[in-house]
Design a protein around this ligand. Sequence first.
Ligand code: F6P
Length: 365
Amino acid sequence: MVKSAVKRIGVLTGGGDAPGLNAVIRAVVKSASRVYNMSVVGFENGFGGLIKNQARELTEANVGGILPIGGTILGTTNRDNPFHYPVTRGEEIIYSDVSDRVFENISIHGIEALIVIGGDGSLAIANELYSQGLKVVGVPKTIDNDLSATDQTFGFDTALATATEALDKLHTTAESHHRVMVLEVMGRYAGWIALYSGLAGGADVILIPEIPYDIDVVIEKINARSKEKKKFSIIVVAEGAKPKDGEMVVKKMVEGSFDPIRLGGIGDAVAQAVELATGKESRVTVLGHLQRGGSPTAFDRILATRYGVGAVNLVAEGNFGKMACLKGLNIESVPLAEAVGELRTVPTDGELIKVARQLGICLGT
Ligand code: F6P
């Protein structure tokens, strides 16, 4: 057993789920109890559980068997920000700071430090709690892979595998019917899932938010393929992709969510424009939440496990206000403030973009 000043920790999963959350929880519980003799309390449904005191003890026994399982045994939400929490006053709903409840519940459970597993929204809240005196450590989660300060978030690799498998399947039906198949993938304001899956799945066109597209260039590419006697085409569109001189397509607004904007619908716009201009039958598949579900890949299981162990080590070292991160091949740490400062988007002059262009993939410009 290694000595740690902290003997009891809390853990929660916040924001949209991602494959590998359970692997982090398992690694936190196992390494905390085995190495440091710490006990662990799991808060349910993100910061909601911290505000409403919904918590349970987590032991090695109750995290057994969860490594390959998608989702999170703790539940999650992208609402319930303790600094902007909806409270009913008479007829009205007003948003208040209820962070005192968080500190109260932390103290009720005798918790000395909290591990927050989340994306930019949850980690920004974690950082705010840290600045108010809570001992917090973060773990970077999101299928979007858009957190700066880490080379990769867990969940991305699984989402990528799902999108790539979808492209493989779309290829065969596209070929049979001589169609243009458009796959709309998630990723919010970053094109990582689209770019990686497009490369892995052999797409002919990849449209990402970082490179606003010219639809005429896309149409030219589809026509050029016809001239080369290619009977079908595959287009991957990130949900955040937008035409030059145009806007992202907002599907709906979710009031009370960390980021209320929900993107979606650009795949339809691209397919319609292509069909109209080329006369080629075009179909759209919106992959949606399939990208967030299912069993994590081996890579994500390992990365998530390393993050869980890394976070516990940070707690034991008293290294608070930090996020475990991947730098090259190593797990390191960065200040939470740095981690949530800006989104990590695809560099438009990066190597992968050059690779795509060199292969003749159309990026819309
Ligand atoms: O951030 C993860 C993510 O899946 C995005 O890719 C997507 O835009 C969003 O969450 C969808 O959120 P929700 O599950 O609330 O619809």
